[in-house]
Design a protein around this ligand. Structure first.
Ligand SMILES: [Zn+2]
Length: 259
């Protein structure tokens, strides 16, 4: 199982200025490849960075904000029209139907192109070939935002997506080998609706993950400096800390077992 970080930026400023790319993450298993949270640039990034964009068979979108969902439609067209894969779309309710003041981000036409469309919600489970997916609802300004775990025979990876911290959310990530945390804000800059570095130790401790990968950096985080933030968190936790970089492959050239 491999993760390819096409983009590691998040939030309106970083996205708008492309201080970091915003193409999301592609997970590759033995049997398939899925594209997670394809923000602006995801289609272009996937052709620049991936060895085999044609192997992508599914799109997974955690919520309806543009930095996660903008390129879902072009990625669906790539999967279905360009490469003739059946196409699976997993997304929260907001992405598929719209919710409150957020309009749907994948049109009925694009949903119709897909071989199957499933709604990710509290306690929902899904299967894409050898990957099992479990979801929970997070606490974010898109109230239907989902966090999820992706599990194969080999490993379990948790995705702590856009949310404010809550003790109620951490148990879901128990037994993950690796945790990917969308950490928008640096230490000392906690805010509602997003996760700051201060909250990462509690998330990691509860999960007992060996490795935590931080990504989805907002403007304040990048201004503070990624290296200083890494030093701060490494002092607080035993798990290996990886600060994601655009184009990064995890785990490098080795298999996850090497970590
Ligand atoms: Zn968001």
């Amino acid at each position: 199982m491999e993760l390819h970080f096409l983009g590691t930026g998040g939030g309106r400023y970083v996205t708008g200025m492309q201080k970091r790319k915003t193409g999301g993450i592609v997970m590759k298993s033995d049997e398939t490849q899925i594209h997670i949270d394809p923000g602006p640039g995801a289609l272009v990034n996937s052709h620049e960075i991936l060895d085999s964009p044609e192997d992508t068979e599914a799109v997974l979108v955690s919520h309806g904000h543009g930095d996660h969902s903008n390129d879902a439609q072009p990625i669906i067209e790539m999967i279905v029209e360009a490469y003739n894969n059946a196409g699976v779309l997993l997304a929260n309710r907001t992405v598929l139907e719209g919710f409150a003041d957020i309009e749907k981000s994948v049109s009925d036409y694009h949903q119709g192109l897909c071989g199957s469309v499933e709604t990710m919600k509290e306690d929902s489970t899904h299967e894409i070939k050898d990957i099992e997916i479990k979801c929970q609802e997070m606490f974010h300004s898109d109230p239907k935002t989902v966090g999820f775990t992706l599990e194969t025979d080999e490993k379990k990876i948790g995705f702590w997506t856009d949310t404010e911290y809550s003790d109620e959310l951490v148990d879901f990530y128990k037994d993950c080998d690796t945790l990917v945390v969308y950490c928008s804000r640096p230490e000392g800059a906690s805010t509602s609706s997003h996760t700051a570095l201060d909250e990462v130790p509690d998330i990691v401790e509860a999960s007992e993950a060996d490795t935590v990968i931080l990504t989805h950096f907002g403007s304040k985080f990048l201004d503070e400096g990624v290296e200083s933030q890494k030093e701060w968190i490494e002092d607080k936790i035993d798990a290996k800390v990886v600060m994601a970089e655009d184009g990064m492959k995890f785990p490098g050239n080795r298999t996850l077992d090497a970590f």
